[in-house]
Design a protein around this ligand. Structure first.
Ligand code: FAD
Ligand code: NAP
Ligand code: SF4
Length: 676
């Protein structure tokens, strides 16, 4: 065991049971919990993480009744008929010497089904269904549902339950004046608004006995108008402790909050101080959460006394072996969650199975298997971008002899430019992971090596994987070769000078990113400090009046920017479901002019001449940056299948540039390599 992370790896004695370390895998909805026929897959998913050493696992949210469905037929535990499925999960985790809690979740007005009930009949901005206000009988029934669900969870073999009281779900809806306008014993002062949470904890404890973990997830920062202040946060936490909770987990921000809480641009461990303040008020263990993704921060939080436990959720999608790697001093081998949300939360909010951009096996443990090969092959991979790195490392892990050829002087492809974008610094962790993974799996890496097709044919490879990526597209516009025109690579790769007034052609992911890049003040170092970030978004961590919101103090924009697209309508609609709004809000705050329905006429000394909705306009700019998508680069691919010699495969951007992202590139590489 390393002493560097001694606090994180120390056991925690809860009296009736012991957690083997301070790391909790926080609750995440994968989609597998919603269908009975997916429970074997879910069991394999949890077992892999228990085997990886995590101290305590929390399942995705399970509804205590049908009325509490998150979506029609979503995961529910309300009858003994559900027990066999849940026992698959508890058995699988216990066989790996792990511990698992089941999260009980009532969405209230956040459900995606028409029979919603909440504290008051106030529609949420994130569900199209309006809830009915619960009657007193409904409230009493809800408490009984929680109790029945917790008792069933105990029967199913869970080590405890987590009661979800944050993120804007039902219990938050009762706790805050924003959504609780009741005048009966469940509304009004905080003592009434917290009655539902407290009664649930009290009666669950009464029914499950003392030797069952009862963790309560408590919102310590609502980040919505009409949210609770710090004094109220503490009153609720103390009452929950009194009612019989074993552990208080902390939650940050309602889902409808317009302040990001977990995307890449949120500074690491941004909210740890709140766990620290709450811990001083309580005598039961407190958990810190949100944007903690590496062990050094986690260790520091425990060592400094800010929390007793650390909850990390997405980092366990990215790397099920996280804790074992820490314990064995292999921190540089951790596949770090880059907080992109692309394959996890974006999937969940699109009703698709969650997975992970950097680990396509997540929630596919039984389907994407990296088996040791019986027939070792010689494999060439050309291109060390995300697609090639994924293919090369998986093929080598399966036991093949892999040679990786990269034309430039470094691995990473376009990720080298992505990580230069303010707020995307985490992307460098993926390159650190792959760099180390190439060493561990024994891939032979050839940098600055542009192989020809003839060489690939001559060197006796059995398989050749072409992962040469893309070339930026240069649209045909009169004056496109004017000296004021740059491609995004000129700016991000070659640091070409950019003027004060800039037009960006193309408003895809890269157009938005380039906007953020050129608007950032180079004198301000990245990643942004916590204080600057709190100021940007208007967050008051200290007094927390009004749910923690205060007036923002944004960075002064460095330039005047026009972001253009040909499509009519709002810009950025194809950005990530859970992160796109953050990019849009950032650029809007910095005064970027967003133009849709643009036709590009010409570029000259005056600037960019356009027709916007048919009306001529000149954007008087000194630089035009082209971010107009990409075309595949696949010139090493034989034009027709070869009669003999190696089999050729095409992956990533080289295979298809349209709608390419790293999620597709990495999954494609892994799937191909696992099947060779
Ligand atoms: P590339 O990354 O293009 O890699 C191809 C590699 O092949 C390069 O290293 C190249 O040097 C090498 N190569 C080319 N020809 C040869 C040859 N003949 N011989 C040897 N080597 C060769 N995606 C996301 O999912 N999320 C994001 O947030 C995101 N942000 C981005 C931000 C920016 C600024 C940019 C530029 C891209 C971003 N992307 C993002 C896109 C993502 O980086 C790409 O989808 C991904 O890199 C594609 O991977 P690839 O391996 O197919 O190609
Ligand atoms: P993109 O998302 O396809 O956007 C290309 C942009 O260029 C669009 O705005 C498009 O809109 C415009 N365009 C296309 N052809 C054009 C032409 N001939 N002339 C002028 N404009 C043209 O591609 P990208 O921005 O280059 O990004 C590449 C990939 O990287 C994306 O698929 C994305 O998934 C990924 N990425 C993701 C993120 C993220 O945060 N998730 C960030 C960066 C990149 P019009 O056709 O309407 O003009
Ligand atoms: Fe983290 Fe992105 Fe993977 Fe989600 S998809 S777990 S945010 S790396």
């Amino acid at each position: 065991m390393t002493s560097r992370h001694a606090h994180l790896l120390a056991p925690l004695d809860l009296g009736f049971t012991q957690l083997k370390n301070r790391v909790i895998m926080g609750s995440m909805h994968t989609g597998l919990e919603d269908r009975f026929y997916h429970y074997n897959k879910l069991a394999a998913y949890f077992a892999e993480r228990a085997r990886g050493g995590v101290g305590l696992i929390v399942t995705g949210g399970i509804s205590p009744s049908r009325q509490a469905w998150l979506m029609p037929f979503g995961g529910t535990l309300n009858s003994i008929l559900d027990l066999p499925n849940h026992r698959k999960l508890t058995r699988a985790v216990h066989q790996e010497d792990g511990k698992i809690l089941m999260q009980i979740l009532h969405p209230g007005r956040y459900g995606y089904q028409p029979f919603l009930k909440s504290a008051s009949a106030i529609k949420s901005p994130i569900s199209k269904f309006k809830p009915r206000a619960m009657t007193e009988a409904d409230v009493e029934q809800t408490i009984c549902d929680y109790v029945r669900c917790a008792k069933l969870a105990q029967k199913a073999g869970y080590d405890g339950v987590e009661i979800m009281g944050s993120e804007g779900y039902l219990l938050s809806q009762f706790l805050c004046l924003r959504t609780n306008l009741r005048t009966d014993q469940w509304g009004g002062p905080i003592e009434n608004r917290m009655r539902l949470s407290v009664e649930i904890v009290r009666r669950v404890r009464e029914n499950v006995g003392p030797n069952f973990i009862l963790m309560y997830r408590h919102s310590v920062l609502d980040l919505v108008e009409g949210g609770n202040n710090w004094e109220e946060v503490v009153i609720v936490a103390k009452a929950i402790e009194q009612a019989g909770a074993t552990i208080i987990n902390t939650g940050i921000g309602w889902h409808e909050a317009r302040v990001p809480t977990i995307v890449t641009s949120v500074p690491r461990a941004a909210f740890r101080s709140l766990a620290g303040r709450l811990r001083k008020e309580l005598s039961i263990p407190v958990v810190a959460s949100n944007r903690i993704n590496m062990p050094d921060e986690a260790e520091d939080i425990i060592a400094s006394g800010d929390a007793d436990l650390i909850s990390m959720a997405r980092p366990f999608l990215a790397d099920p072996e996280f804790v074992n790697k820490v314990a064995q001093g292999r921190v540089d081998e951790i596949n770090t969650c880059i907080a992109c949300n692309q394959a996890c939360l974006d999937h969940t909010f699109s009703m698709k199975r969650a997975s992970c951009l950097v680990n396509p096996r997540a929630a596919y443990e039984t389907e994407l298997v990296y088996r040791k090969t019986q027939q070792k092959k010689r494999i060439a991979v050309v291109g060390a971008g995300p697609a090639g790195l994924s293919a090369a490392t998986v093929a080598a892990e399966c036991g093949h002899a892999v040679s990786l050829f990269e034309g430039s002087d470094r691995i990473g492809g376009q990720f080298n430019y992505a990580m230069r974008i303010p707020g995307k610094e985490e992307f460098s962790e993926t390159l650190r992971y792959f760099r180390r993974r190439l060493e561990v799996t024994g891939v032979e890496v050839h940098l600055q090596r542009r192989v020809t097709q003839a060489e690939l044919l001559q060197q006796g490879f059995d398989e050749v994987i072409i992962a040469t990526g893309i070339v930026p597209r240069m649209p045909r516009i009169d004056g496109i070769d004017h000296p004021k025109v740059l491609s995004y690579l000129d700016v991000l790769k070659d640091s070409a000078p950019v003027g004060r007034r800039v037009a960006i052609i193309g408003a895809g992911g890269i157009g938005f990113d380039v906007g953020e890049f050129i608007l950032h003040d180079p004198a301000v170092s990245l990643p942004l400090s916590l204080d600057l970030w709190l100021g940007e978004w208007g967050v008051d961590l200290v007094s927390q009046t009004n749910g923690g919101l205060c007036a923002p103090t944004p960075e002064t924009p460095q330039r005047t920017v026009w972001l253009c697209q040909r499509k009519a309508g709002r810009l950025g609609t194809m950005l990530g479901k859970t992160s796109g709004w953050v990019h849009r809000a950032t650029l809007q705050r910095k005064g970027v002019h967003m133009l849709g329905g643009v036709e590009y006429v010409k570029i000259d000394d005056l600037g960019l001449h356009i027709l916007q909705d048919g009306v001529p306009r000149v954007l008087e700019v000194d630089t035009v940056i082209v971010c107009a998508g990409q075309d595949s680069l696949a010139d090493l691919m034989p034009s027709s299948p070869l009669a003999q010699g190696p089999r050729f495969h095409l992956i990533g951007g080289a295979a298809q540039a349209t709608e390419l992202d790293a999620k597709r590139a990495i999954r494609q590489g892994a799937e191909l390599a696992a099947g060779l």
